[in-house]
Write a protein that binds this ligand. Structure first.
Ligand code: ATP
Length: 324
């Protein structure tokens, strides 16, 4: 392992950018002789929802654990809320929220007692701008546990426990929230409510959120920006729309005419359809324009990587600098 380097790549004389919540440059992590992270570079700003995607074992949890200060990186410059997580103290930690895997301890505690107990830690870090902790009734309502305030934790269902995990993560009204696969085990209603909560936290509280998921539908609904981690690098970085536009310019146009079915792939669907109507007018029926979905895009990115494209090549194809 090499030593952790001091931050400063942005330039010692540059004024600090207060809206820059996460600043990760050339992050490296080596387990034994394996480089799991091999030069990860990205930034996130206040109020942004950033979704980190990548195949199993790509290093998403490792990245998040490093940013949370739970794991020591091998090399690279990392700033989280202006602080190097390797040196973050309690006051820094109070500004972060972490949703870990399901809360299993304290089975005999009631939901309200646990949240009150954990919330008390944050009171010392209340500021004029951010009142901490989040008042219990509001918090319970926000995560959909208002009717379970008095229930013992051991009696909660899996989905209710996951809601409690989220409540534990946000009780301190974090400026930056890490969510590692937050909706595993949620039913569709809970999932929808959780998505609303994420939007509310980002839009109203300007909370920056970094979340991992394998659910591309969820990524598309939540992300201001998507990062794809593959081969130890960020190989794609952009809004869901930007990524799908960059990745596969071709749209598929389908229609019928005189009972025959037609399919045509084109980079400029608008122009093609205009020409189609100019030539065939009302004879064109059942017109459909299908653009590549985020899932198509993601598969293309991962395929490009796994089929042997070097990260630099995959990164260029999907519009991402490699940070080198
Ligand atoms: N403590 C460790 N020691 C050695 N190798 C580790 C350790 N922790 C993780 N790894 C390895 O590092 C790689 C990245 O793991 P990580 O859990 O960060 O991936 P991930 O992208 O979160 O995967 P998943 O989508 O499956 O959750 C994996 O190959 C894993 O086996």
């Amino acid at each position: 392992m090499t030593s952790v380097t001091q931050r400063g790549r942005a330039g010692v004389d540059d004024p600090p950018d207060a809206s820059l919540v996460l600043d990760v440059r050339d992050l490296r992590m080596r387990y034994g002789s394996v480089d799991v992270l091999d030069g990860v570079t990205f930034q996130a700003r206040r109020g942004e929802v950033v979704v980190l995607l990548g195949p199993n074992g790509a290093g998403k949890s490792t990245t998040i654990e490093i940013l949370e200060g739970f794991r020591m990186r091998s090399a690279g410059d990392v700033s989280v809320l202006g602080v190097d997580p390797a040196r973050g103290g309690e006051a820094w930690r109070a500004r972060l929220g972490v949703v870990l895997q399901s809360w299993r301890d304290h089975a005999k505690w009631r939901v309200e007692d646990l949240l009150t107990h954990l919330g008390a830690f944050y009171a010392a870090y209340s500021t004029d701008r951010v009142r901490r902790p989040w008042p219990l009734p509001d918090l319970l309502a926000a995560v959909g546990l208002a009717e379970h305030a008095g229930v013992r934790i051991g009696r909660l269902s899996g989905g209710q426990r996951r809601r409690l995990d989220v409540a534990v993560g946000i009780v301190g009204r974090p400026e930056l929230l890490f969510l590692d696969e937050p909706t595993v085990g949620f039913d569709p209603v809970a999932r929808r409510e959780f998505h609303d909560l994420v939007h509310r936290l980002a839009d109203l509280d300007e909370t920056t959120i970094l979340l991992t998921t394998h659910d591309l539908d969820e990524a598309e609904k939540l992300a201001d920006r998507i990062l794809v981690l593959a081969g130890g690098r960020i190989v794609a970085d952009g809004s869901p729309d930007e990524l799908t536009r960059r990745a596969a310019g071709e749209a598929e146009v389908r229609w019928t005419r005189d009972g025959e079915r037609y399919v045509h792939s084109t980079a400029d669907a608008t122009r093609f359809v205009r020409e189609l109507f100019r030539q065939h007018g009302d004879a064109v029926r059942e017109l459909e324009v299908r653009r590549p979905s985020l899932e198509d895009t993601y598969m293309a990115i991962v395929y490009a990587h796994e089929s042997g494209a070097r990260p630099e090549v995959a990164a260029r194809a999907f519009g991402k600098g490699t940070g080198r």
